[in-house]
Write a protein that binds this ligand. Structure first.
Ligand code: 2YC
Length: 277
């Protein structure tokens, strides 16, 4: 799991409105709308429920410690969506106690290994990797006006890629898997084949084969250049939860409004919506 830096996080709050509008232009859905689409829930019902739902974000000093602005940015995203949210004044155990004592409905927190949200009433736990894979698959589905029977290549077969591939299969996409570590692709294919009663999942042997046939792409690798520039023009669209971004700035310009990437926003929106299910 790639650890964000303050450089990744600090620009987010001031660009939220602009990003929300860009998502609308590309998918006809807002940040909240994409998250609701991911879980198949009615946005009006979520908007109603979130008014009475308080989420406390607890900074965690364990391991490599606090990322400056991380908790504050998660909180800003939650409030932008319409939730009541605040960062606890104390980190760690103290922060968790304060959240309970202040009758929070949910907490969100991250150490170096997991970023989770917990509904304190239902005890539902949502993991950022699962939610991020799901919501970026949902965004790609909207970008593509539906992915049924369309070739969709998942680059990166880790936790985010697994969650995305599972949800792309549910959308009826023709899923191909690629990972530089072929064993990761093979084990994911086996796992999904068992879950979906032998769907046709292709394992691609190299990046050129993976990106042939004008696919849609879900880029979920921690590499900063998983797709060479010369292969970009053949892509129909891309959703890229991978951190750092797996394509060059020039490639991002070529893809323009057929390309969705962020480092926190869609994942946090999906985690928050999942707390209300
Ligand atoms: O500020 C804090 O509370 C830190 N303990 C937060 C550490 C987050 C580490 N994880 C990441 O940077 C990202 C997550 C946002 C999702 C995957 N990696």
């Amino acid at each position: 799991m790639t650890r964000l830096t303050n450089n990744d996080v600090s620009p987010i709050s001031s660009h939220l409105k602009e990003y929300d509008q860009k998502l609308c232009t590309m998918t006809d859905h807002t940040l909240l709308g994409i998250a609701c689409h991911a879980y198949g829930v009615d946005e009006k019902k979520i908007k109603q429920a979130m008014k009475f739902f308080d989420i406390q974000v607890v900074p965690i000093t364990a391991g490599q410690g606090i990322i400056t602005d991380f908790s504050e940015t998660v909180c800003v995203i939650l409030k932008f969506l319409g939730f009541n949210a605040a960062v606890t004044p104390e980190p760690d155990v103290n922060g968790l106690c304060l959240a309970y004592e202040n009758k929070a409905d949910a907490v969100m927190m991250a150490d170096d290994f997991r970023f989770i949200a917990i509904n304190l009433h239902t005890r539902k736990v949502t993991d950022n990797s699962d939610a991020t894979g799901l919501v970026f698959a949902s965004a790609l589905d909207l970008l593509a006006n539906g992915l049924k029977d369309k070739k969709t290549t998942v680059l990166g077969c880790g936790p985010v890629g697994e969650s995305a591939a599972r949800n792309l299969l549910s959308s009826g996409a023709k899923v191909s898997l690629f990972d530089p570590d072929q064993t990761a692709a093979c084990s994911l294919e086996k796992k999904l084949a068992a879950e979906f009663k032998n769907p046709k999942i292709l394992i691609e042997k190299d990046i050129h084969a993976a990106l042939s046939g004008n696919p849609f792409v879900l880029e979920a690798t921690p590499s900063n250049l998983s797709i060479p520039d010369e292969l970009i023009s053949g892509l129909k669209g891309m959703a890229a939860p991978g951190v750092p971004l797996g394509i060059s700035q020039n490639a991002a310009r070529v893809l323009k409004d057929r390309f969705i990437h962020d480092k926190l926003e869609l994942g946090v929106a999906a985690m928050a919506v999942s707390l209300l299910l």
